[in-house]
Design a protein around this ligand. Structure first.
Ligand code: IPE
Ligand code: IPE
Ligand code: MG
Length: 238
């Protein structure tokens, strides 16, 4: 079944761009006396549920933090498990992205991943490049400080200092083709951004929920969107 997205207008209560720090897979597994890998597997199921729910709600762009530039500090075995799940996810869900007209995007330096994963990602990006429906952006080896540092370096090479303004910086960010970030959610009860979308979060609404990521689904996303709809955004004005 194809759910044709009806994108929200500027005043709509539905956020155009939602980003999620998907946290709590390890604790979900620990509570069940399972290995952390089982939590990550359950986390992939949550990704499927939430990406479908986001489409049904008419959210134009969903950005998911899947692997931070600091996650290399984890044991090699866990990193290997995460790479394996990423392979499975792309292989099994690419057909659905095609069917649903989803444009896949990647934020972060995914080229540091194993070569076969890089090839899979490049192929998925190419195959969905002409899709005109909602964007699914996955942050892989992403770190906002590195993103901003790279932007500064590129601009310094190209422009005199007086021409480096906010628009120029935004034009160098990896989110430059996505709508402005409206809602940033973090699961698992942690209250920090962990180097995610630091610039883009400037006027995003923040929502921290205790739910562990593998327990997050369509109902939790709907509740988050309803919460967003109640917020009064002032952007510094009255
Ligand atoms: C989030 O879950 C997934 C990734 C960071 C890849 P965690 O693995 O961080 O789970 P906790 O925080 O240990 O519970
Ligand atoms: C943030 O979660 C990164 C992702 C969800 C991919 P972490 O679990 O890595 O964050 P910290 O270490 O608790 O800040
Ligand atoms: Mg965590």
């Amino acid at each position: 079944m194809s759910t044709a997205p009806v994108f929200a207008g500027p005043d709509a209560a539905v956020p155009r761009h939602v980003a999620i720090i998907m946290d709590g897979n390890g604790r979900w597994a620990k509570r069940r006396l399972l290995p952390r890998a089982a939590g990550h597997r359950a986390g992939v199921e949550a990704v499927r549920r939430v990406t479908r729910a986001a489409r049904a709600l008419g959210i134009e762009a969903l950005t998911l933090y899947a692997f931070s530039s600091e996650n290399w500090r984890r044991p090699a075995e866990e990193i290997g498990d995460l790479m394996g799940l990423l392979r499975l996810f792309i292989r099994s869900d690419l057909a659905e992205f095609q069917r649903e007209n989803v444009r896949l995007r990647i934020l972060g330096d995914y080229r540091r991943f194993p070569t076969d994963v890089v090839t899979l990602i490049d192929d998925a990006l190419a195959r969905t490049a002409a899709n005109t429906g909602p964007s699914l952006a996955i942050a892989l080896n992403y770190g906002a400080q590195a993103e901003l540092t790279r932007a500064a370096r590129r601009l310094a090479e190209r422009l005199p200092p007086e021409q480096i303004d906010e628009a120029a910086i935004e034009g160098e960010l990896e989110t430059r083709e996505l709508p402005p970030l409206d809602l940033l959610i973090r699961t698992s009860g942690e209250h920090r951004l962990s180097n995610f979308l630091l610039w883009q979060a400037a006027y995003a609404e923040l929502l921290f929920v205790d739910t562990l990521w593998p327990d997050f689904g369509a109902d939790e996303l709907s509740a988050a969107v309803a919460d967003f709809g109640q917020r009064q955004r002032r952007f510094g004005g009255l």
